[in-house]
Design a protein around this ligand. Sequence first.
Ligand code: SAM
Ligand code: SF4
Length: 428
Amino acid sequence: MLSYFIWTIGCQMNKAESQQIAGYLDSAGYQAVNSFSNADLVVLNTCVVRQSAENKVLGTLGLLKGLKNKHSDLQILVTGCFVNSHTQELQKQFPHVDLLFKPGDYPELIAWGQKQGIPIEQRLLRYARNDTRGAPSPCAFIPIIQGCDNFCSYCIVPYRRGREVSRPLREIICAVEELVRQGIKAVTLLGQNVDSYGHDLPGYPDLADLLNALSSIDNLVRIRFLTNHPKDISPKLVDTIASLDKVCEHLELPVQAGDDDILRTMKRGYTVEQYRELVHTIRRKVPQISLSTDIIVGFPGETEEQFEHSLSLLKEMRFDVIHVAAYSPRPATVAWREYQDNIPSEVKRERLHKIEKLQAAIASEINSQLQDRQVEVLVEGRKNGKWFGRTRSNKLVFFEDAGEWQGQLARIQIENTSPWSLRGQIKI
Ligand code: SAM
Ligand code: SF4
């Protein structure tokens, strides 16, 4: 039996697409293994959002060159945002790679499979399959819109994933129904900007329509979606989150900066005041909402004062989770063409650490409010003898119990909190 290994870095979209490819290879009779060295076929699902990610991809491609020299029949497939439009040039640069295909370009993968005599179950590629290795997780990721039309000045994603293309509403509903039949209890709908969902479909269904339709699927207990764009999130969507029981009180709402001039140069399309208003409205309508954000430090020209504006916005907003990144110039983007990367790396690092420290204190305070309270946890698996899962607000919870909790909803009394996770006891 031939074996495969999929190496994945980057966003949830990449992880979902790797699950789809795994489903395809499983159905073709390949067996999953957990390292490059004992695989007959490897897939690199890549990210180049920052230079550090691209360096990892280049390092891994170098390692695979060595492996292919030893085992000439090793097959190497590369997908994800590393694959640009100049695949012929990339192919020349990396002759040891057998196939380069753009993210989500399954027709290309299928055509390659057909040439290799790999039996095709095209249907499977429409679903982000549940992981079939080990105990199955009750959660699945469903891409609902590919690409991005926003062209934020720092971001390479639109250049690599192309323009927005929504999946038809009916197709998503069928995918979720099938996953629920397989035992999935929670789905996360994915897109670079889920608020744009449907603008390119007949009849213009939107994300709120999709959430309403999915809510009526029996045995589906939780629905999440990411990522939202603050300039596009609609009042109708906020009302829908407030009204549908299955939609979790959890939003990823990247702010990126807390200074209007920086936001303008980033081409984000909103001001700090508009963002603040939006968060106030969401918190008023959905009081239990848990909010995450992304922020970039050291954007070209960011002064100490502008960085302080970001810090004070974070103090004021008190997010549950912050993903902070140091600005990394990305070829072809507007920021790369027009602005000098003039903030020294020590300053970027210092700013990044300041935000991490501030957030650890804020998250610690927010999570400590759950001390001695009961929460509902959807159990995803077991690690080091402990069950783990997430609350509706996406808090990670660990507990110990001899029972079988995989895929179950458990009531947990919280006994210990930290900025990153919670620990508790099962409550029958
Ligand atoms: N679509 C989402 C949004 O609107 O924020 C996020 C997608 S992006 C791939 C994920 C995160 O990577 C962004 O939120 C941003 O903080 C970070 N990022 C993107 N380009 C970056 C760059 N050139 N340097 C540093 N961080 C970057
Ligand atoms: Fe990148 Fe902006 Fe699109 Fe997010 S919305 S993927 S940051 S261009």
